[in-house]
Design a protein around this ligand. Structure first.
Ligand code: SF4
Length: 240
Protein backbone atom coordinates (compact mmCIF):
# COMPACT_ATOMS: atom_id res chain seq x y z
CA UNK A 1 0.00 0.00 0.00
CA UNK A 2 1.01 3.63 -0.58
CA UNK A 3 -0.12 6.88 1.01
CA UNK A 4 -1.67 9.26 -1.56
CA UNK A 5 -3.32 12.66 -1.22
CA UNK A 6 -6.79 13.15 -2.69
CA UNK A 7 -7.62 16.32 -4.74
CA UNK A 8 -9.21 17.63 -1.50
CA UNK A 9 -5.93 17.11 0.39
CA UNK A 10 -7.00 14.02 2.38
CA UNK A 11 -4.49 11.23 2.88
CA UNK A 12 -5.57 7.89 1.41
CA UNK A 13 -4.11 4.40 1.63
CA UNK A 14 -4.18 2.92 -1.87
CA UNK A 15 -2.74 -0.23 -3.46
CA UNK A 16 0.76 0.40 -4.83
CA UNK A 17 -0.48 -0.21 -8.39
CA UNK A 18 -2.89 2.77 -8.07
CA UNK A 19 0.06 5.15 -7.79
CA UNK A 20 0.82 6.13 -11.41
CA UNK A 21 4.20 5.22 -12.85
CA UNK A 22 5.51 7.98 -15.10
CA UNK A 23 6.80 7.39 -18.61
CA UNK A 24 9.74 8.64 -20.65
CA UNK A 25 9.14 11.15 -23.44
CA UNK A 26 11.73 10.51 -26.13
CA UNK A 27 11.72 11.61 -29.76
CA UNK A 28 8.18 12.97 -29.52
CA UNK A 29 6.70 9.75 -28.08
CA UNK A 30 5.74 8.53 -24.62
CA UNK A 31 7.44 5.27 -23.65
CA UNK A 32 6.58 2.88 -20.84
CA UNK A 33 9.59 1.67 -18.89
CA UNK A 34 8.25 -1.38 -17.03
CA UNK A 35 11.65 -2.98 -16.41
CA UNK A 36 13.30 0.07 -14.85
CA UNK A 37 13.65 0.57 -11.11
CA UNK A 38 11.43 3.35 -9.82
CA UNK A 39 11.78 6.10 -7.24
CA UNK A 40 8.84 7.67 -5.40
CA UNK A 41 7.74 11.26 -6.03
CA UNK A 42 6.41 12.68 -2.77
CA UNK A 43 4.20 15.61 -1.97
CA UNK A 44 6.46 17.56 0.44
CA UNK A 45 3.45 19.10 2.18
CA UNK A 46 1.94 15.74 3.20
CA UNK A 47 4.72 13.23 2.60
CA UNK A 48 2.38 11.13 0.47
CA UNK A 49 3.59 9.37 -2.65
CA UNK A 50 1.98 10.85 -5.75
CA UNK A 51 3.83 8.92 -8.47
CA UNK A 52 6.68 6.57 -9.21
CA UNK A 53 9.35 7.79 -11.62
CA UNK A 54 11.31 5.21 -13.65
CA UNK A 55 15.07 5.60 -13.24
CA UNK A 56 16.54 6.06 -16.72
CA UNK A 57 19.67 4.17 -17.68
CA UNK A 58 22.62 5.87 -19.37
CA UNK A 59 21.34 4.36 -22.62
CA UNK A 60 17.87 5.92 -22.13
CA UNK A 61 19.49 9.31 -21.51
CA UNK A 62 21.74 8.95 -24.55
CA UNK A 63 18.74 8.08 -26.78
CA UNK A 64 16.91 11.18 -25.54
CA UNK A 65 19.92 13.43 -26.10
CA UNK A 66 20.60 12.07 -29.60
CA UNK A 67 16.92 12.44 -30.60
CA UNK A 68 16.81 15.99 -29.24
CA UNK A 69 20.02 16.92 -31.01
CA UNK A 70 18.77 15.50 -34.32
CA UNK A 71 15.60 17.55 -33.97
CA UNK A 72 17.67 20.62 -33.10
CA UNK A 73 19.76 20.28 -36.28
CA UNK A 74 16.56 20.54 -38.38
CA UNK A 75 14.83 23.03 -36.12
CA UNK A 76 17.63 25.59 -36.15
CA UNK A 77 17.15 26.02 -39.93
CA UNK A 78 13.46 26.89 -39.49
CA UNK A 79 13.05 30.69 -39.73
CA UNK A 80 12.60 32.33 -36.32
CA UNK A 81 9.21 33.80 -37.32
CA UNK A 82 7.93 30.25 -37.90
CA UNK A 83 9.55 28.86 -34.76
CA UNK A 84 7.84 31.37 -32.50
CA UNK A 85 4.41 30.23 -33.76
CA UNK A 86 4.95 27.07 -31.68
CA UNK A 87 5.74 29.23 -28.66
CA UNK A 88 2.60 31.32 -29.21
CA UNK A 89 0.53 28.10 -29.19
CA UNK A 90 2.44 26.90 -26.11
CA UNK A 91 1.72 30.19 -24.33
CA UNK A 92 -2.01 29.88 -25.11
CA UNK A 93 -2.06 26.34 -23.70
CA UNK A 94 -0.24 27.38 -20.53
CA UNK A 95 -2.65 30.31 -20.05
CA UNK A 96 -5.65 28.03 -20.55
CA UNK A 97 -4.30 25.57 -17.96
CA UNK A 98 -2.87 27.89 -15.29
CA UNK A 99 -4.93 26.30 -12.50
CA UNK A 100 -4.22 22.70 -13.51
CA UNK A 101 -0.46 23.40 -13.77
CA UNK A 102 -0.53 25.29 -10.46
CA UNK A 103 -2.18 22.31 -8.74
CA UNK A 104 0.59 20.02 -10.05
CA UNK A 105 3.21 22.45 -8.70
CA UNK A 106 1.45 22.44 -5.31
CA UNK A 107 1.57 18.65 -5.22
CA UNK A 108 5.19 18.37 -6.30
CA UNK A 109 6.73 21.31 -4.43
CA UNK A 110 4.46 21.92 -1.46
CA UNK A 111 3.81 25.53 -2.48
CA UNK A 112 0.50 27.21 -1.75
CA UNK A 113 -1.89 27.53 -4.69
CA UNK A 114 -1.31 31.31 -4.93
CA UNK A 115 2.48 30.87 -4.97
CA UNK A 116 2.15 28.18 -7.61
CA UNK A 117 -0.05 30.40 -9.79
CA UNK A 118 2.63 33.11 -9.46
CA UNK A 119 5.26 30.64 -10.67
CA UNK A 120 3.17 29.81 -13.72
CA UNK A 121 2.67 33.53 -14.44
CA UNK A 122 6.44 34.09 -14.26
CA UNK A 123 6.87 31.16 -16.64
CA UNK A 124 4.46 32.84 -19.08
CA UNK A 125 6.60 36.00 -18.97
CA UNK A 126 9.60 33.92 -20.02
CA UNK A 127 7.60 32.56 -22.98
CA UNK A 128 6.75 36.17 -23.91
CA UNK A 129 10.45 36.99 -23.99
CA UNK A 130 11.17 34.02 -26.26
CA UNK A 131 8.29 35.04 -28.58
CA UNK A 132 9.92 38.46 -29.03
CA UNK A 133 13.15 37.01 -30.42
CA UNK A 134 12.43 37.73 -34.13
CA UNK A 135 12.13 41.44 -33.40
CA UNK A 136 15.48 41.38 -31.55
CA UNK A 137 17.38 39.69 -34.38
CA UNK A 138 17.52 42.22 -37.25
CA UNK A 139 20.48 44.46 -37.93
CA UNK A 140 19.98 47.85 -39.54
CA UNK A 141 20.92 49.70 -42.69
CA UNK A 142 21.35 53.33 -43.63
CA UNK A 143 21.47 54.43 -47.25
CA UNK A 144 23.81 57.25 -48.29
CA UNK A 145 25.40 57.66 -44.89
CA UNK A 146 27.98 59.62 -46.86
CA UNK A 147 28.36 60.38 -50.56
CA UNK A 148 28.33 57.04 -52.39
CA UNK A 149 28.37 55.10 -49.10
CA UNK A 150 25.65 52.84 -47.62
CA UNK A 151 26.05 51.34 -44.16
CA UNK A 152 24.47 48.21 -42.72
CA UNK A 153 24.98 46.20 -39.57
CA UNK A 154 24.84 42.42 -39.14
CA UNK A 155 24.55 40.32 -36.03
CA UNK A 156 27.26 37.72 -35.83
CA UNK A 157 28.49 35.34 -33.09
CA UNK A 158 30.83 36.74 -30.44
CA UNK A 159 30.69 35.32 -26.86
CA UNK A 160 28.21 32.92 -25.21
CA UNK A 161 24.91 34.09 -23.77
CA UNK A 162 22.30 32.22 -21.74
CA UNK A 163 18.55 32.73 -22.29
CA UNK A 164 16.79 31.27 -19.21
CA UNK A 165 13.38 31.34 -20.96
CA UNK A 166 14.58 28.68 -23.40
CA UNK A 167 16.29 26.45 -20.82
CA UNK A 168 14.54 23.12 -20.10
CA UNK A 169 16.99 22.31 -17.26
CA UNK A 170 18.07 19.12 -19.02
CA UNK A 171 21.44 19.39 -17.27
CA UNK A 172 23.60 18.68 -20.32
CA UNK A 173 25.75 21.79 -19.72
CA UNK A 174 26.05 20.85 -16.04
CA UNK A 175 27.28 17.38 -16.99
CA UNK A 176 29.68 18.61 -19.70
CA UNK A 177 31.26 21.17 -17.35
CA UNK A 178 31.52 18.53 -14.62
CA UNK A 179 33.12 15.95 -16.94
CA UNK A 180 35.66 18.55 -18.11
CA UNK A 181 36.35 19.43 -14.45
CA UNK A 182 35.70 23.13 -14.97
CA UNK A 183 36.51 24.50 -11.49
CA UNK A 184 33.30 26.54 -11.11
CA UNK A 185 31.07 24.71 -13.62
CA UNK A 186 27.28 24.93 -13.96
CA UNK A 187 24.68 23.83 -11.43
CA UNK A 188 20.96 23.43 -10.70
CA UNK A 189 19.47 26.21 -8.55
CA UNK A 190 16.05 26.04 -6.77
CA UNK A 191 13.43 23.33 -7.17
CA UNK A 192 10.11 22.44 -8.75
CA UNK A 193 8.77 24.84 -11.39
CA UNK A 194 11.42 27.40 -10.30
CA UNK A 195 14.34 25.04 -10.97
CA UNK A 196 17.00 26.96 -12.88
CA UNK A 197 20.42 26.48 -14.34
CA UNK A 198 23.14 28.85 -13.26
CA UNK A 199 26.74 29.35 -12.30
CA UNK A 200 27.50 28.58 -8.63
CA UNK A 201 28.28 31.42 -6.25
CA UNK A 202 26.75 33.99 -8.65
CA UNK A 203 29.72 33.48 -10.97
CA UNK A 204 29.94 34.67 -14.55
CA UNK A 205 28.83 32.43 -17.42
CA UNK A 206 32.29 32.56 -18.98
CA UNK A 207 33.80 31.22 -15.75
CA UNK A 208 31.18 28.49 -15.43
CA UNK A 209 31.68 27.20 -18.98
CA UNK A 210 35.31 27.98 -19.80
CA UNK A 211 36.72 25.38 -22.24
CA UNK A 212 33.35 23.62 -22.69
CA UNK A 213 31.52 26.74 -23.94
CA UNK A 214 31.55 25.59 -27.56
CA UNK A 215 30.47 22.04 -26.64
CA UNK A 216 27.64 23.36 -24.46
CA UNK A 217 26.35 25.65 -27.24
CA UNK A 218 26.57 22.75 -29.68
CA UNK A 219 24.70 20.29 -27.45
CA UNK A 220 22.18 22.60 -25.74
CA UNK A 221 18.95 21.12 -27.18
CA UNK A 222 16.89 24.31 -27.04
CA UNK A 223 19.38 27.01 -28.00
CA UNK A 224 19.28 28.49 -24.49
CA UNK A 225 23.06 28.71 -24.74
CA UNK A 226 24.11 30.49 -27.92
CA UNK A 227 26.92 32.57 -29.22
CA UNK A 228 26.22 36.19 -28.53
CA UNK A 229 25.24 38.37 -31.46
CA UNK A 230 27.56 41.25 -32.00
CA UNK A 231 26.44 44.13 -34.21
CA UNK A 232 29.07 44.57 -36.87
CA UNK A 233 29.01 47.72 -38.96
CA UNK A 234 29.75 47.22 -42.64
CA UNK A 235 30.47 50.16 -44.92
CA UNK A 236 29.64 49.53 -48.55
CA UNK A 237 30.89 51.70 -51.36
CA UNK A 238 27.97 51.92 -53.81
CA UNK A 239 30.25 53.24 -56.53
CA UNK A 240 28.20 56.38 -57.06
S1 SF4 B 1 21.27 25.66 -20.84
FE1 SF4 B 1 20.77 24.17 -22.43
S2 SF4 B 1 22.06 22.39 -21.96
FE2 SF4 B 1 22.03 23.68 -20.12
S3 SF4 B 1 20.35 22.85 -18.91
FE3 SF4 B 1 19.48 24.54 -20.12
S4 SF4 B 1 18.65 23.51 -21.95
FE4 SF4 B 1 20.06 22.05 -20.97
Amino acid sequence: MEVMSSPEGQLLLVPRSAVPTLRFFINGRWEDAPDRETAPVTNPASGSIIAQVPLASAEDAARAVVAAHQAFLQWRDVPAVERVQVLFRYKTLVEQNVNAIARLICEESGKTLDEARGSVRRGILRIDEACAVPSLMPGESVESVSKGIDRYSLRQPAGVIFEPGKCITCGICVELASQARVPLGMTFIGRGFDLKIGVPLDGQLADGLQQVAEDCVKHCPTGALTFEDESKNVIKNTGL
